[in-house]
Ligand binder design. Structure first.
Ligand code: MG
Length: 412
């Protein structure tokens, strides 16, 4: 199986951003918390804190007990989004990003000569260098290459921090066999129990299980076949997922980098997003808008975003009204607008609003917020395309930000 995918996963992203930002935090145990409250839990931990057993989800009191010298930092999403954009830029300098998977993960598709293991290794090293140069020495990443997206992610997870793992033939099966079942995204404790129920206790057994057995384990022929093929290194396209958000963003052509021009393009983005929502037959319960403004210093830019809940809707006028009100709240002391975007979230299918589907994972909420910010930002890679076009064409249809449920939402 040829190498087809490269996966870049930033290490302890939020905590590393804090250490990069504040030199006094470097080499020290740091945990990022959503709010400054004694009842909250860590959403990220630096490697120095991990060494004491602190991890995502550790309550603050427990973290303090494990590591009395730990420094808590309240999450600064804006700072994380800015760094995310820098990471995206750094990676894009080496190879074009295929998709942004989360605030700290990006995926690349390898083509042609890039698929040789030695070339993939060189690309991985070049990406690490580019990130170090553009983002700072604290911003380390683990990179994996594999024959499909899932195995590339598994490869990236194999060595942390600062790993670079190429999962290629002929070592592929043996390298996989060493892993516990739960190292596969999509195999949590519940699936692991089910696998054991069917006599699959090791990854070797998992990799050799017949399709029929995997279908029984997952209770789905489609999923069984998917896993069967994924484990053999086939390039299986992403499974259709429950959609989380619909968003559009666009870089303004130079002549539209004014308040009025930005507003016009934003309205077009809202229309497009609303149209997509209707086409998907979903309703939304929240809208956010965002913009990037050119900063005064070279290469520096300011990001602004704001959001509001709306009564469940999918009609353009209601969303245009909400977006207009949000836009009115934008800061006026920034530079010229450079990019605008909107994200519709809290989506429910028009027909069946099954409550269980919308149980919110409270702890993941802060992380989701940050990801929604990224959604609004997503599209940076098409800057050059968009900027050449006039406003009527100012929004080429592009692949939307999607999320693979199998890929968990950890940020570490
Ligand atoms: Mg990470």
């Amino acid at each position: 199986m040829p190498l087809r995918h490269l996966f870049v996963d930033m290490n302890a992203f939020f905590a590393s951003v804090e250490q990069q930002h504040d030199a006094t935090l470097r080499d020290r145990p740091v945990a990022v918390i959503p709010t400054d409250a004694p009842t909250t839990a860590c959403i990220a931990a630096s490697y120095e804190a991990k060494a004491f057993g602190v991890k995502t989800g550790t309550p603050v009191w427990a973290a303090r007990k494990l590591c009395p010298r730990i420094v808590f930092k309240v999450a600064d999403h804006r700072r994380y989004v800015t760094m995310h954009n820098r990471v995206v830029e750094a990676v894009n300098r080496v190879l074009p990003i295929d998709s942004v998977r989360s605030i700290d993960e990006v995926a690349i598709r390898l083509t042609g000569a890039e698929r040789a293991p030695a070339a993939a290794k060189r690309a991985g090293e070049a990406i690490k260098r580019a990130i170090r140069e553009l983002c700072g020495a604290c911003m380390r990443c683990s990179i994996g290459a594999g024959p499909n997206a899932l195995l590339a992610k598994v490869a990236a997870d194999m060595r942390k921090p600062d790993g670079l793992t190429i999962l290629a033939d002929p070592d592929l099966p043996v390298a996989l066999y060493r892993l516990p079942l739960t190292d596969f995204p999509g195999v949590g404790p519940r699936m692991e129990r089910r696998l054991k129920l069917y006599g699959i206790f090791t990854t070797e057994q998992f990799c050799q299980a017949p399709m029929r057995v995997l279908s029984d384990v997952w209770g789905s022929k489609v999923m069984g076949e998917r896993w069967f093929r994924v484990l053999r290194g086939e390039d299986v396209p992403d499974a259709p997922t429950r959609r989380q958000t619909v968003g559009h963003s666009h870089v303004l052509p130079p002549d539209l980098r004014t308040g009025a021009g930005a507003f016009g393009v934003l309205m077009r983005m809202v229309h497009k997003a609303a149209a997509r929502l209707r086409k998907m037959n979903y309703w939304c319960g929240a809208i956010s808008v965002g913009a990037t403004f050119l900063g005064t210093e070279r290469g520096d830019s300011d990001w602004w975003g704001d959001g509001t809940r709306v009564p469940r809707c999918r009609d353009t006028p209601a969303l245009v009204t909400a977006a207009t009100q949000l836009w009115e709240r934008r800061p006026r002391d920034h530079g010229a607008p450079f990019k605008v975007g909107t994200v519709l979230s809290d989506l429910v299918p028009a027909r069946s609003a099954t409550p269980s589907l919308f149980e919110e994972d409270r702890q993941a909420e802060e992380i989701s917020d940050a990801m929604d910010d990224v959604n609004a930002e997503f599209g940076a890679s098409v800057i050059h395309l968009g900027a050449m076009w006039g406003m009527q064409d100012a929004a080429p249809t592009r692949i939307a930000f999607t999320q693979i449920p199998d890929f968990d939402r950890r940020v570490n």
